[in-house]
Design a protein. Structure first.
Length: 160
């Protein structure tokens, strides 16, 4: 998907693509592919790659030390993404959760991102997202990232 969209990676970046199913064993439906370009004490830049209709589990980035938690901006490059953040519960969330355990998805305020659209998620905010029929590529720009401290609604998730 990255090649088809003319996103060029270095050999080192290709070797370090993270593929996670969050320990749930359901990668096709619930998981994420991550390319980290930079993650230092000041900022983080990543590509988030989702297969068609793939869901990234609901989670938040809690405060760490003197930081209020990770603030992140998602910018859709390819496909479409429905991002759900804490807020009103909409009936449309269930249509995206047919192949995952919907008991662990509570954030219901929907933001629909098409290529060129972006949205900033505030620190310590539960959120989840799902791609459309063609999958999606999302650039993430954020404060420093520490995935090991993320809090997931689903207690069965293993994230390191």
């Amino acid at each position: 998907m990255l090649d088809a969209n003319k996103i060029v990676l270095t050999p080192e970046e290709e070797d370090n693509i993270e593929i996670t199913d969050f320990g749930l064993g359901n990668l096709e439906n619930e998981g994420l592919q991550i390319v980290v370009y930079e993650n230092n004490e000041y900022y983080c830049a990543k590509e988030l790659v989702l297969m068609p209709k793939q869901v990234c589990s609901e989670h938040k980035h809690p405060p760490r030390g003197n930081q209020p938690g990770k603030m992140e901006t998602f910018r859709c490059l390819f496909g479409q993404v429905w991002l759900f953040v804490e807020g009103e519960i909409l009936n449309e969330t269930n249509r995206f959760l047919k192949n995952v355990d919907s008991n662990y998805f509570k954030a219901g305020k929907s933001i629909h991102l098409l290529p060129g659209d972006q949205y900033t998620i505030q620190p310590d905010t539960f959120h989840w997202f799902v791609s459309g029929e063609k999958g999606a590529i999302v650039s993430e720009f954020s404060t420093p990232s520490d995935d090991a401290t993320d809090i997931f609604r689903n207690p069965n998730i293993i994230r390191t």
